[in-house]
Design a protein around this ligand. Structure first.
Ligand code: F7E
Length: 362
């Protein structure tokens, strides 16, 4: 393995490689000729579906994608991984990334998301690689929380509203600090929500498209949601990993917002997703009693379940990506309607192919 690593100019280490973004990024970097090392957490079940297509036996000549066990809560493991893989670029995408789950596991979230970032930065410093490694930190629009201005840009003050966002706030600033204190190429991408057909099933977009497909195929009756008036700036993950890469290719380390500049409510997402499957939703009632019914059959397709309300939620986010556009030449290419259509079609195909056993939603 060491020979192959030495042969490549560009070597990337990606934490969280089995997640949506990790898999898209690995694919992008491999296409650009990188050797890619992905870090995945050990678990009792395989969780590598998203990267299975990229994997070839590491013993085969030409193998350029390698998976390693690792954990952001394990400092010595991170030091060893950086030492062995000798990356030129590190993308820190690993995290406990579910906002609602962070209210139940605030300490673990802080450990993985905040201290995990510190551990990785320290690994670089301990190994004396401050001047040779470029470091990307997956920062998030959740930092803006209770927003101070709209749209949000790189100068907008942060006001986090969840343990997840508070942990990511530390990670953002420690990344800035290592840049300033040690001259590291350490950069934050402040990414607004980005989705795809491989988005985790507990995030609201995928939960909706999966339910639309399950309902369409008679596998589920009703979709239960929380705050359907929340507004988000939803882009496509494929566009956003290109932005991550550009952030690390720039002449100097800096922080960038990646966003589409358009906000839509969860309610609109629901309407569009059902429309893609040929159904029109009509809303009846108010608050927790609101129901989304099929305009033709009258069947209750969407109901509110207060279990999905968060102790504090972020009501509306919309980003201004002018800096990324002007400095990096980045902008999104896939709009809201196309995103929803792609996700619904992918889930309809999965449901039709019997690729999930039931329509349970989480
Ligand atoms: C950029 C940012 O993006 C993501 O964080 P998120 O915006 O919290 O994403 P989400 O899809 O869980 O929620 C979006 C909105 O939808 C509302 N909502 C209603 N009903 C349900 C519901 O039933 N489930 C969920 N999950 N949300 C619901 C919920 O209350 C919220 O207002 C993560 O990738 C995060 O890591 C990240 O960094």
């Amino acid at each position: 393995m060491a020979d192959k690593v030495a042969l490549a100019d560009k070597v990337a280490l990606i934490t969280g490689v089995t997640g949506q973004d990790g898999a898209y990024l690995a694919e992008l970097l491999l296409a650009k000729g990188y050797v890619v090392h992905g870090v995945k957490r050990r678990s009792s079940s395989f969780n590598t579906e998203r990267v299975d297509g990229l994997y070839v036996d590491p013993h085969e000549s030409g193998a350029r994608f390698f998976l390693h066990h690792g954990d952001l809560t394990d400092a010595t493991n991170l030091i060893r991984l950086v030492q062995e893989t000798k990356p030129s670029e590190i993308y820190n995408l690993g995290a406990q990334s579910h906002v609602q789950v962070s209210f139940e596991t605030p300490e673990y979230t802080a450990n993985a998301d905040a201290l995990g970032t510190l551990r990785l930065l320290e690994a670089i410093r301990i190994l004396g690689l401050e001047k040779s490694v470029r470091f990307y930190q997956a920062s998030t629009s959740e930092l803006y929380g209770q927003v101070r201005e709209t749209p949000q840009n790189e100068a907008t003050p942060f006001q986090p509203r969840s343990p997840y966002a508070a942990a990511k706030l530390y990670a953002y600033w420690i990344t800035v600090n290592y840049r300033q204190a040690y001259g590291m190429f350490a950069a934050n991408g402040i990414l607004f929500n980005h989705e795809s057909p491989t988005r985790g099933e507990t995030f609201v977009t995928r939960k909706i498209t999966r339910a639309v497909a399950a309902i369409h195929h008679g596998l589920q009756d009703t979709l239960y949601l929380g705050n359907i008036d929340a507004r988000r700036d939803w882009g496509h993950a494929r566009d956003y990993v290109e932005g991550m890469w550009r952030i690390l290719q720039h002449g100097e380390p800096d922080d960038f917002v990646l966003a589409t500049g358009e906000a839509h409510s969860v309610r609109e997402f629901v309407e569009l997703a059902f429309a893609e499957a040929g159904r029109t939703i009509r809303w009846q009632g108010r608050g927790a009693d609101e129901v989304g019914v099929d305009a033709v059959t009258g069947a209750a397709l969407v109901r509110i379940d207060p279990r999905y309300f968060r102790p504090t939620d972020v009501d509306a986010l919309v980003g201004d990506a002018a800096k990324a556009r002007n400095v990096l030449g980045w902008s999104h290419t896939i709009g809201f309607r196309d995103l929803v259509a792609e996700m619904v079609r992918a889930d309809l195909a999965r449901a039709a192919g019997g690729r999930w056993r039931d329509g349970r939603s989480t």
